[in-house]
Design a protein around this ligand. Sequence first.
Ligand code: ADP
Length: 316
Amino acid sequence: MAQHSLISVEHLSRRYGNTLAVNDVSFSVQRGEVLGFLGPNGAGKSTTMQMLTGNLAPSAGAIRINGIDLLEAPREAKRHLGFLPEQPPLYRDLNVDEYLGFCARLHQIPRARIARAVAESKERCGLGEVGRRLIHQLSKGYQQRVGIAQAIIHGPEVVILDEPTVGLDPIQIREIRQLIRELGGEHSVILSTHILPEVQATCDRVQIIQRGELVLSDTIAGIVQRMQGSSVILGLRRPPDEASLLALEGVQAVQALDDGRLRILHARQHNPAEALATAAAQRDWGLYELSPERLSLEEVFVNLTTRETPAEEGQP
Ligand code: ADP
């Protein structure tokens, strides 16, 4: 199993004085997978990203990039790693070709292969037309593409992106997310973000960090499952008494809403929608609405990150 992981993190911890910023975190990412790394501020995302990219020494634990130990062989491991920091290191007075050429040399791409590497990374990031444009004249969305192009110019297996869509407009956000998905095809991508819909739109799997610890690791499909709530909204023109509803299988409680509709609470495993619809038809209750209430990803996130929190540790 482990040999297929392009990123493997084992028991990673980082202390700052008395603060345990990252606490015994383990995970792996496979080829072709986009992993969303999500957490509230102060949760330990940046600290983890900095360790993964070899910019911060862990207090304990091991990181392997494409099977190479990052702590034992940092130079070799980093060859397989591309990084887009939150503030991309763009040289604004260079044009795109010059800048990417410079990045290619930094990554020690042999001189004879630089032109091709620049052309390929531009092509993949939709920068084909703007090679001669100065970076500071590009829109923020195009600048972000340049940031991604520099992260993949040396053909790394692993790409780590820190908050890649911050500051972009909605169209640029869609384009960058699309690009990230495409990168996921060949690479392993880790996307650090605090934006929940970004994870849903872009990632295959999500990992939530809270107070330095992983509190959830699941596929997007699994998350969607968790989003299935345990209530349905029921609209009846001629509602029966509560006891008739409670008598139906699966119904645990009935709440009257202000607008006359009812909220039916049920066990998560046992949605009574069908029983409600059947009873409403048979007994002429005048059914006009029957819809599941779903938790938003936001609510799932809040549930997960606030659960079992000792009162005295309310704030980091
Ligand atoms: P995030 O990126 O999720 O916002 P960070 O990794 O930046 O979280 O921070 C995790 C914890 O470590 C926080 O409690 C933060 O205050 C602390 N921390 C981060 N960097 C330092 C530092 N250089 N010195 C001391 N404490 C730090």
